[in-house]
Design a protein around this ligand. Structure first.
Ligand code: AHM
Ligand code: MG
Length: 337
């Protein structure tokens, strides 16, 4: 509906979730409640990130401020906000956070919490002090039938995820959400409404695009296949081909979001320095892989196995990753054959 050029039929995240819930038979509303808690943590983290420089929240945790108080830094605040949101939802049985060595188990009445969540509350935090975009990444699993929440409920492959996504705190806060068997939807936080608004329905990643995103400072450590692949993008054979553009922010969420919108390839390959890769399977690689596959792209690890099928042994396990446009990932695979 348009009234004087203003849309009055706005799809908020709340409305979107309610409408989705109606489509699923036997939906109890628990997932919707969990998502409400999630979106609150995104709003709160976004608020503190925007206030950070003004209220002395940048820098390292544990440092004292001018008055000698210990200042909680943003990484710690983001983690605390996320944990509090999951706990208060009453629907989360256990949580894995990048910032916590061990799994956090929440006490809930028997059978009332049916989800296990993995998150990186503020990914790319080395960029925070410079005001560069960072983000929160999350993956949601359902507990096994009858389970009260155990390690096995989270040490699962990405194919089992019921939902995943991320929020990027950039010029605006952008939430990207996907659910099992569904598409990918993008929401923008409208600060005046305090609501995430559906601005990017049914996102599809372009099939190919000549943009690559990788930390080339690691190329000394790269394996031969990796070197050959990236060289092929920079020095195309046959004369006519143009070289790819390079874009690397160093914040996975921001690099992935751009790749999702524009197409191309994002990679953090395993190398001689980090033979298992750098990025974490549960709360960095798998949720992103789910988003990219559901948007028509692909994601593989450094052995060219489908990222969503990689099963972590430990909660903080890492993997090499290549994710992006369908055809660009096909090209990667052809170099590793
Ligand atoms: P973090 O979880 O400690 O912030 O590290 C993850 C980040 C990603 O956001 C980003 O893709 C990568 O590390 C950048 O690493 P590098 O600085 O080695 O290029
Ligand atoms: Mg991280």
């Amino acid at each position: 509906t348009q009234a004087a050029g203003i849309s009055t039929d706005i799809v908020t995240l709340t409305r979107f979730l309610t409408e989705e819930q109606v489509k699923v038979r036997e939906a109890t509303g628990d997932f919707t409640l969990l998502c409400h808690a999630l979106q609150f943590s995104f709003k709160a983290i976004s608020h503190y990130i925007r206030r950070a420089t003004l209220v002395n929240l940048t820098g390292l945790a544990g440092q004292s401020n001018a008055t000698g108080d210990d200042v909680k830094k943003l990484d710690v605040i983001g983690n605390d906000l996320f944990i509090a949101a999951m706990k208060s939802s009453g629907k989360c049985a256990l949580l894995v956070s990048e910032e916590e060595e061990e799994i956090i188990y929440f006490k809930t009445p028997q059978g009332s919490a049916r989800y296990a969540v993995a998150c990186d509350p503020i990914d790319g935090s080395s960029n925070l002090d410079a005001g560069v975009s960072v983000g929160t990444i999350f993956g949601i699993h359902r507990l096994a039938e009858g389970s009260q929440g155990t390690k096995e409920d989270i040490l699962k492959p990405g194919t089992e995820l019921v939902a995943a996504g991320f929020t990027m705190y950039g010029a605006s806060a952008q939430l990207v959400l996907t659910m099992k068997g569904g598409g990918v939807n993008g929401f923008t936080l409208d600060n005046s409404f305090g609501e995430f608004i559906l601005t990017h329905p049914d996102m599809r990643i372009p099939k190919s695009r000549a943009i690559y995103s990788v930390n080339e400072g690691n190329s000394l450590y790269w394996e031969e296949h990796t070197k050959e692949y990236f060289n092929s993008l920079k020095f195309p054979q046959g004369g006519s081909g143009k070289p790819y553009s390079a874009r690397y922010i160093g914040s996975m969420v921001a690099d992935a979001y751009r790749t999702l919108l524009y197409g191309g390839i994002f990679a953090y390959p395993a190398d001689k320095k980090s033979p298992k890769g750098k990025l974490r399977i549960l709360y960095e690689c798998a949720p992103m892989a789910m988003v990219f596959e559901n948007a028509g792209g692909q994601a593989v690890d450094s052995k060219m196995a489908r990222m969503l099928e990689v099963v972590p042994e430990h909660i903080h396990d890492r993997a090499g990753i290549f994710l992006g446009s369908y055809d660009e990932v096909e090209k990667v695979k052809s170099f590793y054959k």
